[in-house]
Design a protein around this ligand. Structure first.
Ligand SMILES: CC(C)(COP(=O)(O)OP(=O)(O)OC[C@H]1O[C@@H](n2cnc3c(N)ncnc32)[C@H](O)[C@@H]1OP(=O)(O)O)[C@@H](O)C(=O)NCCC(=O)NCCS
Length: 212
């Protein structure tokens, strides 16, 4: 795929609520990311392998350095910032350099669930990826992770099936629901079930596939 813009510069800050924005992570955010993970570690570990992740500032900084926008043409990782505090992270990672497929991962602070921040940031990340040559974006979620599955469904991802024993997690193999959306199908979520506007891009607004 080809991210033709400089990702950090090419992806504008997304305003989610007064004082709340989503923007690409930077090394200056190391302490804020670390504190957010520490605060949420037990809750995140329910569905994600967070037990041994980012357990100190050095780890966290190193992790930020692996984020896609620091590695040419591999995607983008956005932090949701509530003031100076990290309230969530959304990562869109291109599967292999030169590939047109990407995977999404996300989490939000336990106390910030239910506000639509993740749905809207994921939607913006998809817009960005499709405008920059990505063909297919995948979300995989534990079959029992209803809140995560709801994000994919709210944004019009298609259910592709169940990947059996997809992940060894908390002492057992877990099945994951696989959702995907293709560039040609993308309409975002013009409105969610409750009719809130998500400012989705219509297919006709999308630029032609960029020259690569
Ligand atoms: C999965 C997870 C990110 C979902 O978070 P969430 O808060 O449900 O997601 P959103 O921020 O998009 O919020 C959606 C809710 O906001 C509501 N909402 C409010 N305003 C909204 C808006 N403008 N747009 C969309 N939704 C809006 C939705 O209706 C929905 O509410 P509901 O759950 O009562 O139906 C979160 O539970 C989490 O971090 N879990 C732990 C880690 C994890 O499981 N990550 C995923 C691994 S695959």
């Amino acid at each position: 795929m080809g991210f033709k813009t400089t990702p950090v510069g090419g992806l504008p800050t997304l305003a989610l609520a007064p004082g709340v924005v989503a923007r690409p992570l930077d090394f200056d955010d190391t302490a804020a990311v670390f504190h957010a993970v520490e605060k949420n570690r037990r809750y995140l570990s329910r569905w994600m392998p967070f037990e041994h992740r980012s357990t100190n500032l050095e780890d966290t900084r190193a992790w930020i350095g692996t984020r896609p926008h620091f590695v040419a043409e591999r995607g983008v990782t956005l932090g949701i910032f509530d003031g100076d505090r990290v309230a969530g992270i959304i990562s869109l990672l291109v599967d292999r350099p030169g590939d047109d497929g990407a995977h999404l991962g996300y989490w939000v602070d336990e106390d910030c669930q239910g506000k639509g921040w993740v749905t809207r940031t994921v939607s913006a990340a998809c817009e960005y990826a499709f405008a920059n040559g990505v063909e297919r974006i995948v979300i995989e979620a534990d079959v029992d992770n209803q809140r995560s599955r709801a994000i994919a469904e709210r944004l019009g991802f298609h259910t592709e099936g169940i990947a059996r024993s997809r992940l060894w997690h908390r002492g057992e193999y877990r099945d994951h629901a696989v959702y995907a959306v293709l560039a040609r199908d993308w309409v975002g979520a013009g409105s969610n079930r409750r009719g809130r506007s998500l400012k989705a891009t219509r297919k006709s607004d999308r630029p032609a596939r960029p020259v690569r």
